[in-house]
Structures are given as structure tokens and as C-alpha cells.
Design a protein around this ligand. Structure first.
Ligand code: AMP
Length: 367
């Protein structure tokens, strides 16, 4: 590992304390309510934060800006607020504290030069996020990194930035992945390097990461990360294509979701922990409006099992409809009868059904 990130945790702490004290950073107090979901009884989280209304929402118009001068005028990361600068993360990345954080020391891994948030992650981006998680291993073993890529992904800033939440407990998605693996011994998803989907009601692809210190092919972290990212991207594109065909989307909608074949038009959320990488393609930025016209803007954290509610109406809506359901409708949701499920998903569902039936049979016969 490079030495760029050495001492990250203590630098995060000292920069955070100073920025809070000087008023450069706003910690947004929230109350967390849990809602139990999935067959695995995972506790998903709704962070109720009425003060969030002060945070600017939506992609800033700078995304359209052509000149570097224009970008600089409105880009909060270039130049950045010196009070929020923690340290360099690599030759090409810097670490900034999130100016409006709900979780203390939520930080951003920002490219030093301007690159658009619509760009795929580079090997350097992947490795830098991974190195940050490794550096935090002792203090925050369950920290989670994410990237909101593209216009419908829930990103609000157009300058390329990955994010890390140094959580003090595993996020719901980490618990869900662990449950899936634990309860399905012998299945392919328990083998690092293989693909699986978490039981979220929309297209998603995940992969357990091989251990860079101990894998048969002797791959290093960079190889493992690049391989995982590319194969998840491949699977994601294939799934969207299959979905578009099965759901008989109009040409216009097909063009939108397939981005007309342009990688820069794709929207997806990407999650990385020290255990797994996950990718969820996005069809829309916000949940469908309720009867009262309420909808929530969803980003990667939604697929990590956490959403932010700014009003009691939003809080009640999530509780009523279920967090996963509401989040999934911003992705490519499976039809009620399984329509829209990819062939791979369909086969997996069938296998799960068979295992369940066998287990039920076993349980009944032992009565
Ligand atoms: P996203 O909304 O996912 O694109 O993430 C961008 C993050 O940048 C948001 O969570 C904002 O709170 C944060 N942010 C906005 N302005 C600044 C700033 N001047 N410095 C650091 N972080 C900022």
C-alpha cells in the first residue's frame, strides 16, 4: 500500500473537530429509526434529519459548463475549502470532509483535477477507495465506500468524487450480504470472485472479493478490484438489455436506460466494502411520487439500506411502503410475477425455491 493514507483516522478526527469548531462543517443531527426487512430480518435504517433541508439538492447546472473558469466558480471541490482538506489520498486524489454530514467524518475522495461524475471508475479510483478502507480497518472495520455515477444516480456534484462512511457498525447491506453467505453454504456466492445478487427487488450484481494476501492466482488488490468492477459492469449492462427486451420498453426509454450505448450516459450506484463490491443500475433518480406528491432522492446509501427523511411525511412514507421497495423502484424493478428478472436471476430464484422446499420438507418430516 502507498503511504499517502497513513494516519488517516487520526487526521480525519483532528480535521473534523477543527472544522466543526470553526463552523466550516455542518453536522446534521438525525434520529435513526429501524425497519426490519427481507426474509433475513435485516434492520434497515431511516435517518430522520429535518435540518437536511438546508443541503443543496440536485445536480448543479455546472455539469453543462464548458469552460474550466465556469467550473471553478461553482465547483465546491475545486478549489476546495482548506478547512475540509484532510490529506492527499493518492497522486491524483485528495480527501475532503463532507461539508454537510449526517455521519461524523463522512469523507469524500475527490480527483485533484476535474473529471466528470459520469465517468467510470479508474483503476486508480478503485485502489484509492480500497486503500482508504484498509487504512480504516482497525478503527472502522465496516466502513463503506460508494460512488453515485451518472445523472440518475442521486449525485449532487458533477466533479468526480467517491465517498466513505466510517461507520461504527455494519451497514444493513453488509449484514444482508453476510446473512446471504452464511445461510447458503456451498452455494456459489460463498466463493470469492463469483457473482451473486442480494435479495433486493431490483437488478443488482455483487461479488465477494478475493483476498489480495491469499488467492490462488496471486492477484494483487488492483487486479482483484479491476476484474470485479469490469465483470459487474458487464453483468449490469447485460441485465439492463434483457430487462429492456422483456419489459418491451419504448425505443425512447431503451435509449435512456441503455444511454444510447454511451458509457457516460449510464447511471448506477457502486458500493465497496473490504468484503464485497456491488453495482445497481438506476432508472430514475427519485422514488415515484406518492399520492401527496412526496418522493425521495435516492443514492448509493439507499442500496446500502439507509435513507434520509427530511420530513415526517417522508419518514411515514418509507415506513408504510418499506425501504427496499421504495429504493428498488429507482432501479430496474422486477415485475410482481418475476417479469423483468434476468435469466441468471430467474435460475437463482428457482434454485432458492428448491432449497427452501427441501428444507421445509426436512423440517416437516422431523416433526
Ligand atoms: P453527492 O450528493 O452524492 O454528489 O455527494 C456530494 C457531497 O458533497 C454531498 O454529500 C454534500 O454534502 C457535499 N458537499 C457539498 N458542498 C461541499 C463542499 N463545499 N465541501 C465538501 N463537501 C461538500
Amino acid at each position: 500500500m502507498t503511504t499517502y493514507l497513513t494516519g488517516l483516522n487520526s487526521k480525519l478526527e483532528s480535521t473534523y473537530d477543527a472544522a466543526l469548531l470553526s463552523g466550516s462543517l455542518n453536522f446534521i443531527a438525525s434520529e435513526t429509526q429501524t425497519i426490519t426487512e427481507t426474509e433475513f430480518n435485516i434492520e434497515c435504517e431511516i435517518c430522520f434529519a429535518p435540518a437536511l433541508a438546508i443541503k443543496p439538492q440536485g445536480i448543479a447546472p455546472v455539469v453543462e459548463a464548458k469552460s474550466h473558469e465556469n467550473i471553478q466558480k461553482v465547483n465546491p471541490f475545486l478549489p476546495h475549502d482548506p478547512a475540509l482538506f484532510v490529506q492527499d489520498a493518492s497522486e491524483h486524489h485528495k480527501i475532503l470532509l463532507n461539508k454537510f454530514c449526517v455521519v461524523p467524518r463522512h469523507f469524500l475522495i475527490v480527483t485533484k483535477d476535474f473529471h466528470p461524475q459520469t465517468q467510470p471508475l479508474s483503476p486508480d479510483d478503485l485502489l484509492t477507495a480500497w486503500n482508504a478502507l484498509q487504512e480504516l480497518k482497525a478503527s472502522h472495520p465496516d466502513a463503506i465506500a460508494f460512488y453515485n455515477c451518472g445523472a440518475r444516480s442521486g449525485a449532487s456534484q458533477p466533479h468526480k468524487h467517491l465517498q466513505v462512511i466510517p461507520t461504527t457498525h455494519p451497514t444493513p447491506i453488509t449484514n444482508l450480504v453476510r446473512e446471504v453467505i452464511q445461510r447458503r453454504p456451498g452455494r456459489k456466492e460463498t466463493r470469492p470472485g463469483d457473482h451473486f445478487s442480494v435479495p433486493f427487488p431490483c437488478i443488482n450484481h455483487a461479488i465477494l472479493l478475493q483476498d489480495p494476501e491469499n488467492n490462488p492466482a496471486g492477484k494483487d488488490a488492483e487486479d482483484i478490484l479491476i476484474e470485479a468492477y469490469i465483470s459487474l459492469m458487464d453483468s449490469m449492462l447485460l441485465s439492463i438489455r434483457e430487462y429492456a427486451e422483456q419489459e418491451h420498453l419504448s425505443d425512447e426509454e431503451k435509449d435512456l436506460v441503455m444511454a444510447g450505448g454511451r458509457a457516460s450516459g449510464l447511471a448506477y450506484n457502486w458500493i465497496l466494502t473490504r468484503e464485497f463490491m456491488m453495482m445497481v443500475p438506476r432508472r430514475q433518480e427519485s422514488t415515484n411520487p406518492s399520492e401527496d406528491g412526496i418522493s425521495l432522492n435516492i443514492n448509493s446509501l439507499g442500496f446500502a439500506g439507509t435513507v434520509l427523511a427530511k420530513t415526517t411525511e417522508e419518514l411515514e412514507l418509507v415506513k408504510k411502503r418499506g425501504l427496499m421497495e421504495i429504493v428498488a423502484e429507482t432501479g430496474f424493478m422486477f415485475g410482481k410475477d418475476g417479469e423483468g428478472r434476468s435469466k441468471e436471476e430467474e435460475a437463482q430464484k428457482k434454485k432458492e425455491q428448491e432449497v427452501l422446499e427441501k428444507q421445509m420438507g426436512g423440517a416437516l418430516s422431523s416433526l
